[in-house]
Design a binder for this molecule. Structure first.
Ligand code: GLP
Length: 240
């Protein structure tokens, strides 16, 4: 794993953008895997700025997103589909038809997982962006998820519900379940770019980089990926 330590969030975001730009410049119809959460917002701001200033086009780019809360869709501003439009898609020239995310409102959840897995089989990510949960989760693959997992429904852990409740009016509003790409779908990406910032991520970053490769720390599977770059700020890098 290549590890880049940035001095702060802004530098982390700028360095992440350089990696993203190299992928979209090399292939105008690349498949980019995207993540939600506070961590990649700075990267998305850099992409928007570059699109506006330099005209980098996303017209032919296709996207796949990691995860979505079960029961939420675009009508909820807490849904991940809303987040992606608000933080990126509405500000670049991407065709929304080329963007993909699990349908949180699907009536048949198993069929929705199967639909998404079939889609991912046809759309290998040229790059997959990831954040990391404070318990070492990636996407919504909580500790204990098999490394061979594909898109599935998860019961969110109490620690994730608590971490994510800051974005909801109250903890009771946080959905208890989510759809998530599995670890095998993530590992299938040609290139992985994982970002982490803030002292509350230091322990998870240690597990990601230096800990044992174990299903107890889902992010540790990335040690086995042939092209994974971690960009981390100094606070999150304090234990590595
Ligand atoms: C959520 C998302 C993850 C994300 C994690 C960290 O649980 N499902 O994809 O990486 O939170 O979020 P943040 O970047 O806000 O710390």
């Amino acid at each position: 794993m290549k590890v880049i330590i940035a001095k702060d969030y802004d530098e982390m975001s700028k360095k992440a953008f350089e990696v993203m730009k190299s992928v979209v410049s090399a292939n105008k119809s690349a498949v980019i895997g995207l993540a939600t959460g506070s961590t990649p917002i700075g990267l998305y701001k850099e992409m928007i700025k570059d699109h506006k200033e330099n005209g980098t086009s996303y017209k032919e780019i296709k996207t796949v997103n990691l995860d979505e809360y079960a029961g939420l869709d675009y009508s909820s501003d807490q849904s991940y589909v809303y987040f992606m439009r608000d933080n990126l898609f509405d500000h670049i020239d991407i065709d929304l038809k080329n963007t993909n995310i699990e349908n949180g409102k699907a009536k048949d959840r198993q069929a929705e997982c199967e639909r998404y897995n079939a889609l991912l089989e046809k759309m290998q990510q040229d790059i997959q962006v990831l954040g990391i949960g404070s318990n070492g989760h990636i996407a919504f693959n909580e500790p204990g998820t098999p490394f061979g997992s594909v898109t599935h429904i998860v019961d969110l852990t109490e620690s994730t519900i608590k971490d994510n409740s800051r974005l909801f009016k109250s903890i009771d509003e946080v959905p208890r379940q989510a759809f998530t790409m599995g670890l095998k779908n993530i590992m299938n990406a040609k290139k992985i770019l994982i970002l982490a910032n803030g002292a509350n991520k230091a322990k998870a970053v240690y597990g990601l980089v230096k800990g044992e490769v174990t299903e107890g720390v889902p992010a540790s599977v990335l040690q086995l990926h042939p092209d994974c770059t971690l960009i981390v700020d100094e606070a999150a890098a304090s234990l590595i």
